[in-house]
Design a protein around this ligand. Sequence first.
Ligand code: UDP
Length: 334
Amino acid sequence: MSQGTLLITGGAGYIGSHTVRHLLEQNERVVVLDNLVFGHRDALPLDRVTFIEGDMADAALVEKLFAEHKPEAVLHFAAFAYVGESVTDPLKYYRNNLAAPLTLLEAMQRHSCKRFIFSSTCATYGDPVRIPIDESHPQSPVNPYGASKWMLERVLRDCDRAWGLKSVFLRYFNASGCHPSGEIGEDHNPETHLIPLVLQAAAGLRPHITVFGTDYPTPDGTCIRDYIHVCDLASAHALALNYLRKEGETVAVNLGTGKGFSVKEIITTAEAVTGRTIPVSYGERRAGDPSELIADPRLAKQILQWQAVHLDPRDHIDSAWRWMNGTRRGRYAV
Ligand code: UDP
């Protein structure tokens, strides 16, 4: 059901562009604001969205956008997300992920736009003290990326108290997979995520995949993650919007499947999906990697009526492989 216009920051990025597609399928009206630092113009159906190339920290641009389009809600994806870089260049992360959205929030306050859907992360929890991780798990981020997201959650709660801004913090676990059309996908440069790197190794675009650590306290010694399909993330955003439209209160919810897979299991599955042998090298642990991250996703079901449907990692890997092979850009054509 379409109501007002939706403003989507970072709508040309990986998760943003999948959510844009999903919202258009629901007949929503969408304005995308993206500075294209990491987003891709051709990830957007430009005949069906209003696209504004620009930065959310540009106060004049954001004011004009609000005056013209009067968005009913903001879905905020725009952020930097390289954990390692956030450790070496924290100010870049606090500037972009924490300070820049303040300009956006000021415009929302001026224009009485009181619905905010925030791309938060399980990195706000830090090293887990229990598995699965529910939303009441202590938040103790161990890197500036997680801290910047956690701090913005805090800002949003304060805005709720002060002027009634209602937010849903969607704490993503490991986003993966691509749109079934094969038209949009995970297109990071540089790429640091496991599944695209494994597939690049399968395609011969890199010599091997390095497994970061084989001595973790897990059954096969490699890290376990909860891989959540990007199309499931997209549908959660639409349901979070419904929730806020029904006057829901500010809430944080995990978006995960509740089931984990090890790095070795992902590689084996990718070999089965691609029919190729994937060269593997075994390396040291990567700093800051907890051995296991698995969501307790029950609250999302209870509050948003959301549940992941892509539970088999073969689905994630197969859709990512199809995108790599068939992308319109041909960037990874194999
Ligand atoms: N990983 C790996 N080799 C790589 C990239 C990632 O072994 O080249 C592992 C990483 O240590 C983690 C898992 O794969 O245990 C998922 O990592 P990713 O960077 O995709 O997501 P994160 O869990 O850091 O958000």
